[in-house]
Design a protein around this ligand. Structure first.
Ligand code: HDD
Length: 750
């Protein structure tokens, strides 16, 4: 997919970000009223319908800040919003100033409670197109061939507050709202296919343990503390999820590069009433990629919004993120197991080698929200928002969720009418009898909000399955079942699946896991907690346990039982394949002495390849000189940090005698400065090298790479006279995300 240029380039005017050809708003304060700005190109988002079925867009008056003049909430035009009403210019402020009171009162109440979990998130609009491949197993209309359904997706971290950093080690939420014609379907999943607990009654326990300590409220958005490791070592059903958290999955490179999982087993129903058990998977077209731990920590400081910026920038640049939705299918037998795996246990996966993920549709995210609060903050997901053709199973974790999500919205969104908020409105006609309540905005008509009635002619009528009604699968209950607080014996195995995950990772991925456990446990104060966690690790793998123990300076315990005999599942590793480079960020370090014509050509090729090339220079504005057209600068040595770039190039100077060399006062071979290379450039390059990123240079740029400690000849260092050759080889390296063979062990770049 080709990206449009990132900024408007012009040799003779200021360079203002925006799409080519798009009118850019004036930056000075306007002195005369203007018409509302036209909607941004391809930012219209899905059509939103009010509960009465009328498009919300139909009445622009209800949209705030769209008219020319400032008004009160009552529509009264205001002559002045900069001064309170006073008795004389230096006199006391008058209580009768309604505008002052309304403005401040509203401000005082602008905040709503943040989500108790998943408080920090970023979202986008898009479209889902069904392939029609699922029609044998489900009658869900939105999965039909070429049916397009608007979606709204919110990605999130779990533990942190709304203002916490994006790149912390944590599970990521991946919640999708499908606005289908049959009603809303929410797939409220995570980027990890298993959960910490098997029963929803334990949810407050795991979350209390993961959240900051209740006395000092530290640490923020971290699992590296005593209460978390205390709980997960005592409650070993958390082991599998914790191991995934400690793997590279816990620090994604981008929301665009994460898998998503529905986790629970769902029950699909086809037109004939036949049922199939399934697990939902989202597969990113860009591949599954992660940050290095050091990158995640640096980004937490230099750009706490790293992931939300990445998502928004990619969409803005036209590199639309895409995921295929897939299903693993299992026969709906009375045991509800597959190859011995209990499908009702949310701490277990079914290896993809045993049950392949079958693609059923494609999701493309195409538009950023235009109002964070109205959309990303107020969106309300619920795993019980289902459509005909998709039913639940008796997974005890799912049962508790079906209660919790509705309950939480009532306090978070201030009452029971949150479904009427624009972002939550279904695209199907609504004909409910849910009257009144806080923030009721629907104008229900009719005199008989009850069923049955005669006064409204019996309306609305109930819809059987034939009229599109949602009818639960009439599953037989076990009449012998005793009322107990217990789990089946199949839920007791807490080690074989973590061991399979560990065995499926490549050596580099395993080293990352060891480093992550060592870091996290080293942050615990209590030695008994470290020791108990080592005992848990001993039952997963002795090598893992002994390496972490060595890092902690503690003895490695023996396994408590023989190790589980399991085969690896290669699909669980992130490494080994090549992926499209769309949306990959390429930094090009240059200065006034660079061959600007070559630089411009190289940027053009990178854009054509779908990458986002950013010129990094000693100063902002543009680079000019040597007779070539000026080149716009996107980052400076002062504000660029290596985490932002997937690969870095150093632009060389033209060779002496070359036309582009002109009358420059540069010494060939000294690259970016005749006084020596800026130390911030050396830091950029050496960090990128340590993080196993591809580096390239042409002309004298190779000397700059050498000065940074990464000379030609080392793995993933490309130096050539021709910039085009350098770009082509670096693009190839980028397809595998990093130069994995740069270091013999991952310890250097974890
Ligand atoms: Fe949950 C939010 C995912 C178990 C209770 N959860 C929430 C979000 C995601 C998940 C992605 C954020 C939605 C958004 O962006 O607004 N949760 C999961 C997954 C689970 C899971 C994949 C296990 C498979 N959750 C779970 C349990 C409970 C909750 C067992 C309670 C018994 N979750 C909530 C909640 C939240 C929530 C408190 C907070 C905000 C919200 O619901 O709307 O109700």
């Amino acid at each position: 997919m080709a990206l449009p240029p990132h900024e408007t380039e012009s040799a003779d005017g200021p360079h203002i970000p925006g799409r080519p050809g798009q009118e850019v708003p004036q930056l000075e304060e306007p002195t005369t009223p203007r018409e509302p700005l036209p909607p941004k190109q391809d930012q219209s988002g899905p059509e939103v319908y009010s509960p009465t079925g009328a498009p919300a867009d139909a009445d622009p008056e209800v949209r705030a800040q769209s008219g020319a003049y400032l008004t009160t909430a009552q529509g009264l035009r205001l002559p002045d919003t900069d001064h309170s009403l006073k008795a004389g210019e230096r006199g006391p402020v008058l209580l009768q100033d309604h505008h002052l009171r309304e403005k401040i009162t509203h401000f005082d109440h602008e905040r709503i409670p943040e989500r108790v979990v998943h408080a920090r998130g970023a979202a986008a609009h898009g479209v889902f197109r069904g392939y029609g491949t699922a029609s044998a197993v489900t009658k869900a209309a939105f999965l039909g061939k070429d049916i397009e359904t608007p979606v709204f997706v919110r990605f999130s971290t779990v533990l942190g507050s709304r203002g916490s950093a994006d790149t912390v080690r944590d599970t990521r939420g991946f919640a999708t709202k499908f606005s289908t014609t049959q009603g809303t379907f929410d797939l409220v999943g995570n980027n990890i296919p298993v959960f910490f607990i098997q029963d929803a009654v334990k949810f407050p326990d795991i979350i209390h343990a993961g959240k900051p300590h209740p006395d000092r409220e530290i640490p923020q958005a971290q699992s590296a503390h005593d209460t978390f490791w205390d709980f997960v070592s005592l409650h070993t059903e958390a082991t599998h999820h914790t191991l995934w958290n400690m793997s590279d999955r816990g620090i994604p490179r981008s929301y665009r590069m994460m898998e998503g999982f529905g986790i629970h087993t769902f029950r699909l129903v086809n037109e004939q009433g036949g049922t199939t058990l399934v697990k939902f998977h989202w597969k990113p077209r860009a591949g599954v990629h992660s940050l290095m731990w050091e990158e995640a920590q640096i980004a937490g400081g230099v750009d706490p919004d790293f992931h939300r910026r990445d998502l928004a920038d990619a969409i803005e640049a036209g590199a639309y993120p895409e995921w295929e939705l897939g299903i693993q299918t299992f026969p709906d037998t009375p045991e509800q197991t597959f190859e011995g795996i209990d499908l009702l246990d949310p701490t277990k996966i079914v290896p993809e080698e045993w049950a392949p993920v079958q693609p059923v549709g494609l999701m493309t995210l195409t538009a950023n929200p235009s109002n964070y609060f109205a959309e990303t903050e107020q969106v309300a997901f619920h795993p019980g928002h289902l459509v005909p053709g998709i039913d639940i199973t008796d997974d005890p974790l799912l049962a508790g969720r079906l209660f919790s999500y509705l309950d939480t919205q009532i306090s978070r969104l201030g009452g029971p009418n949150f479904a009427q908020l624009p972002i939550n409105r279904t695209h199907a006609p609504v004909n409910d009898m849910l009257r009144d309540g806080m923030h009721q905005t629907a104008l229900h008509t009719g005199v008989a909000p009850y069923h049955p009635n005669s006064l409204d002619g019996g309306c609305p009528f109930q819809a059987g399955a034939g009229a599109g009604g949602y009818v639960e699968v009439p599953l037989a209950m076990n009449p012998q079942a005793a009322k107990v607080r217990a789990a089946p014996a199949s839920f007791d195995d807490h080690t074989s699946q973590p061991r399979r995950f560990w065995l499926s990772l490549t050596p580099i991925e395993r080293e990352h896991v060891i480093a992550a456990y060592t870091f996290e446990l080293s942050k615990c104060y209590e030695n008994t907690i470290k020791e108990r966690n080592l005992r848990v690790l001993a039952d997963i793998d002795p090598e893992l346990c002994s390496q972490v123990a060595a890092g902690l300076g503690l003895p490695a315990p023996e396994p408590s039982a023989p190790l589980a005999q399991v085969d690896p599942s290669p699909a669980l590793s992130q490494l080994g394949a090549s992926w499209p480079v769309d949306g990959r960020v390429l930094g090009i370090i240059a200065d006034e002495n660079s061959d600007l014509a070559a630089l411009a050509r190289l940027r053009g090729t990178a854009l054509e390849n779908g990458m986002v090339p950013l010129v990094v220079a000693p100063h902002g504005g543009e680079l000019a000189g040597g007779g070539a057209a000026p080149v716009v600068v996107q980052r400076t040595f002062a504000n660029a940090r290596s985490v932002e770039f997937d690969a870095l190039l150093v632009s060389g100077v033209p060779a002496e005698g070359d036309d582009a060399y002109g009358a420059r006062d540069v010494k060939a071979g000294q690259g970016l400065s005749s006084e020596g290379t800026d130390p911030r450039v050396l830091l950029l390059l050496s960090e990128a090298y340590r993080h196993s990123k591809a580096l390239g240079a042409w002309g004298g740029g190779g000397d700059v790479l050498s000065a940074a400690g990464c000379p030609e000849g080392l793995p993933g260092i490309v130096v050539d006279d021709d910039p085009g050759t350098v770009l082509a080889r670096v693009t190839d390296l980028l397809a595998t995300h990093r130069v994995w063979d740069r270091f013999p062990t991952a310890a250097f770049h974890s």
